[in-house]
Ligand binder design. Structure first.
Ligand SMILES: O=P(O)(O)OC[C@H]1O[C@H](O)[C@H](O)[C@@H](O)[C@@H]1O
Ligand SMILES: [Fe+2]
Length: 189
């Protein structure tokens, strides 16, 4: 039996960086079609800001192993909608996940395949349990970077298809200076 070597790494709690991790950057241009307000999207696309960065430590996609990653989700809005991650189901849909809030303010939108949505607020110290079969997207509702850790099965995989096409049944927007979770007018089952 070949045993893997255990490891410990220190997350930089200010920046969210995991030393030695694989870095992924998603800019606004990578989120084409995701936001409601197409005019506001086109306008902000001139700057094409970084929306989020992911620092991932991933293993071979085998049953029983675990990956972990931090995400640094920058503050910002497209029209009234707060910046968010793409959101996904797991390719192995029954795989669950744990998130842990490190810095900043935000939350997670979750959704069943039938379109039943839940919103869970997150701040430093919040643990979110993502049950099997729920799509999940994080949203930065604050004015500083929202940093969190996620731990997920190595064989979970990302299934972006249905969220990329249809989005979530709820939107997280700012209205009169307040965070509101409202129905997505374009949602269809
Ligand atoms: O993949 P997205 O939906 O864009 O979310 C960004 C990332 O968020 C967390 O870090 C998850 O652990 C990653 O698996 C995911 O890739
Ligand atoms: Fe996930």
């Amino acid at each position: 039996m070949e045993y893997k070597k255990p490891m410990g790494v220190d997350i930089d709690l200010e920046t969210g960086v995991i030393p030695g991790a694989k870095k992924l950057v998603r800019r606004l241009s990578d989120l084409k079609g995701y936001f409601q307000d197409e005019e506001a999207y086109a306008e902000l696309l001139k700057e094409n800001p970084v929306v989020y960065e992911v620092y991932a430590v991933e293993q071979e996609a085998k049953d029983g192993d675990l990956n972990f990653a931090t995400t640094v989700l920058h503050p910002g809005k497209v029209g009234k909608e707060f910046f968010f991650t793409k959101g996904h189901y797991h390719s192995k849909a029954d795989r669950a996940e744990i998130y842990y809030g490190i810095k900043g303010r935000g939350g997670m939108l979750l959704q069943t395949p039938e379109g039943r949505a839940e919103w869970i607020e997150m701040r430093p110290g919040t643990v979110v349990y993502v049950p099997p079969y729920w799509a999940h997207r994080t949203v930065n509702t604050g004015d500083e970077p929202f940093v969190f850790l996620a731990v997920y099965p190595a064989d979970a995989g990302h299934d972006y298809g249905s969220i990329a096409e249809k989005g979530f049944s709820k939107l997280v927007v700012e209205e009169n200076g307040e965070v509101r979770v409202v129905d997505n007018p374009k949602w269809k089952e």
